[in-house]
Design a protein around this ligand. Structure first.
Ligand code: DQA
Length: 148
């Protein structure tokens, strides 16, 4: 089986997971979520690299870098930038890599300003509302898509 390379990106405030609004985001830290992803990635023969930033430009830079790293696809939780960032959208389109948009919470059950995503129509899929499992579902989905 060919080894796939997947970049996992986390937007602003996701470094606070574990203590941040547990009613919406649960009790797992980002490190624990990534640990579970690593286990799944190993079983699927995927090499993952991950990056979290609270800064839009840093996320844009990391996406641009992915294009020169033979990354096969991206899993991204853009967090609040989901709802505002044309820059992230443009960066993802510029790489032309398939990406899955992930949210821990079901953004459609929340405030109306969270219902719109600047990225979703360009994503191969969107997974929201499964807590930390949203990331695992995204990894499985991207794996299936890339191996078809
Ligand atoms: C989020 C949902 C966003 O609306 C919010 O700004 C986040 C996290 C989620 O994972 O549910 O920071 O992306």
């Amino acid at each position: 089986m060919k080894k796939l390379r997947i970049l996992v990106l986390h937007g602003p405030n996701l470094n606070m997971l574990g203590t941040r609004e547990p009613g919406h985001y649960g009790n797992k830290t980002l490190a624990e979520i990534m640990c579970n992803m690593e286990v799944l990635a190993d079983s699927l023969d995927i090499e993952i690299s991950s990056f979290q930033s609270n800064h839009e430009g840093a996320l844009v830079d990391r996406i641009q870098q992915a294009a020169s790293e033979s990354v096969d696809g991206i899993v991204i939780n853009p967090a609040a930038y989901t709802h505002t960032s044309i820059a992230l959208r443009d960066a993802l389109l510029a790489t032309a890599l398939p990406f899955i948009e992930v949210h821990l919470s079901n953004i459609h059950q929340r405030e109306s300003f969270r219902h719109h995503s600047m990225l979703a129509d360009a994503a191969v899929g969107v997974i929201a509302g499964f807590g930390p499992d949203s990331y695992l579902l995204a990894l499985r989905g991207l794996n299936d898509l890339l191996r078809k």
